[in-house]
Ligand binder design. Structure first.
Ligand code: SF4
Length: 502
């Protein structure tokens, strides 16, 4: 693992998204850090969600263009490949996110390769450190093979992990099958384990317009900064301290430091640039992280939330990384999509974890029990209801056999479940976690709301991206089969997939 002996963070003022200004800043950043890109050079932005509903959720394409040009300026012929890759969120095809963020047009203009990670071969990476969640992880082949890796996160708050800076951007280095495993109250541990896959040589966060409060639909925060660095833990520590947060209170940062990925001690980090740390702190004053329990989040709305602890054996009183945070993101998507969402939403109740208190559901008010671990016993509409946990210990989940959850299948099953339970007092949603996409679809079905996944303006783009993705995966399977039969593999002239170890 590449952990620099001298962690460095460079803070630069940047008031807008001018490509040439950004290009110069990145070029100077690489030169100051003594970096020269080489071999397979891969840029990983945060494109978790893009398009007009999510204007502040993603790394802007101007930053991407400036970075790719700066890498060409500095690396030149030492690079054998220059590419950008990502797996976006909410079960949307990454092709769509590239298109809607402007990264597709930008990379096409520059002639730079794109990797949609869910369409790539997945490589097994063994883990051996103590306290790991599991013995191996999967990551897309372009990540596993990158020689020079550039992490380009967006400066944002996060409802599950407090912040999403550099390390949290790694949730996009797994496809959905593997990303959702351990995406629960162990999410911070998962992010710390992902650090063992690869460490970036260069980090540059888009903090020109930062996103506060949430991660998919954050409020714009004019920070006016580009922050660069060479050490992931040190980088996140400086960003955390800038917003007044002790970095060791953010679990994934603390764990990564404990695992040896760098220091959070600001005294040991060399901070330079044309903005001092104190000036950056003043710029970030008042930045809200939005770590709010679900009961509080829905206060004053038509939804009442109840949350008990996730499974006993896991020693945690709230599932910060799973279903409760997902519904907060889900309702915000619906609010952005339709300003009348709260007014249209019928009274309903959502329950998480092992909850043993009362549920104040009046006549006709639906109760939605969410997640495999939910448990409750009591009277609803005059009848005894007993919800039992279906939680499976994480040791029983095998990433080798993890299956992809198809968005159209989710749409069908969620609508069917809501229709069947129309007159019932309650619905049970299974999964660990129940994803943001499923919770959006459930709220749509139960509340009779407009469905953003079926937006007439988006549906043809979505379907085209979806079909492109599924065709590519089918082609990959065919090529793999041919390889197994003939010993040749035509996919970019590389070795057989799903075999390589780092
Ligand atoms: S089912 Fe949901 S709330 Fe329960 S442990 Fe899994 S992610 Fe957390």
């Amino acid at each position: 693992m590449r952990i620099p002996a001298q962690p460095r963070v460079i803070i630069r003022a940047c008031k807008d998204y001018d490509v040439e200004t950004l290009r110069r800043i990145y070029r100077e950043g690489m030169e100051e850090l003594g970096l020269r890109p080489f071999g397979r050079t891969l840029v990983k932005p945060n494109l978790v969600a893009a398009g007009e509903m999510f204007p502040y959720a993603y790394t802007r394409p101007e930053c991407g263009e400036a970075m790719l040009r700066a890498l060409q300026d500095v690396g030149g012929g030492a690079m054998t490949e220059l590419a950008a890759g990502e797996r976006c969120g909410i079960t949307v095809p990454t092709r769509l996110s590239f298109e809607q963020s402007g990264w597709e047009a930008m990379t096409s203009k520059l002639g730079v390769k794109r990797y949609y990670f869910e369409e790539e071969s997945q490589v097994e990476i063994p883990l051996t450190h103590p306290h790991r969640l599991r013995d191996y992880l999967f990551t897309p082949e372009p990540i596993a093979r990158a020689d020079f890796f550039v992490n380009m996160p967006k400066f944002k708050a996060h409802p599950w992990t407090t912040v999403t800076f550099s390390m949290k951007n790694y949730i996009g280095i797994q496809d959905d099958r593997h990303r959702l495993i351990d995406h629960d109250h162990k999410l911070n541990e998962k992010i710390a384990d992902l650090q063992f896959i690869i460490q970036p040589q260069f980090i540059a966060i888009d903090g020109i317009t930062a996103g506060e409060g949430r991660m998919l639909t954050p409020t714009p925060f004019p920070l006016g900064l580009i922050i660069m660095g060479n050490s992931q833990v040190a980088f996140d520590a400086v960003c955390s301290a800038m917003i007044g947060l002790d970095p060791r209170t953010v679990d994934h940062i603390r764990l990564a430091e404990d695992y040896g990925f760098g220091t959070t001690d600001l005294g040991k980090i060399q901070i330079s640039g044309d903005v001092s740390f104190e000036q950056a702190k003043a710029k970030a004053k008042g930045f809200k992280v939005g770590l709010i329990r679900v009961e509080k989040y829905f206060e004053g709305t038509n939804i009442t939330a109840y949350a008990g602890p996730p499974p006993e054996v896991e020693h945690s009183d709230y599932c910060w990384g799973g279903c409760p945070g997902a519904i907060e993101e889900a309702i915000e998507i619906l609010r952005v999509y339709d300003k009348e969402t709260d007014a249209k939403m019928p009274r309903m109740h959502v329950v998480f974890g092992k909850y043993d208190g009362p549920i104040a559901a009046g006549p006709g008010e639906k109760v939605v029990f969410i997640g495999d671990c939910v448990e409750w016993k009591g009277q609803l509409q005059g009848k005894l209801v007993q919800i039992q946990s279906k939680y499976k210990d994480r040791s029983t989940l095998d990433p080798h056999t993890a299956k992809h959850d198809d968005i159209f299948k989710k749409l069908g099953t969620t609508s069917a479940k809501a229709a069947v339970s129309k007159s019932a007092s309650h619905i049970r949603l299974e999964g660990c976690p129940v994803s943001v996409a499923e919770q959006v679809l459930t709220l749509v079905a139960v509340g009779g709301l407009k469905n953003p996944y079926m937006d007439p303006k988006q549906v043809s783009h979505f379907t085209r991206s979806y079909l492109g993705w599924r065709s590519r995966v089918a082609l990959n399977l065919l090529q793999r089969k041919r390889y197994q039969e003939n010993g040749t593999f035509a996919h970019r002239g590389q070795a057989a997939p799903e075999l390589a170890l780092r």
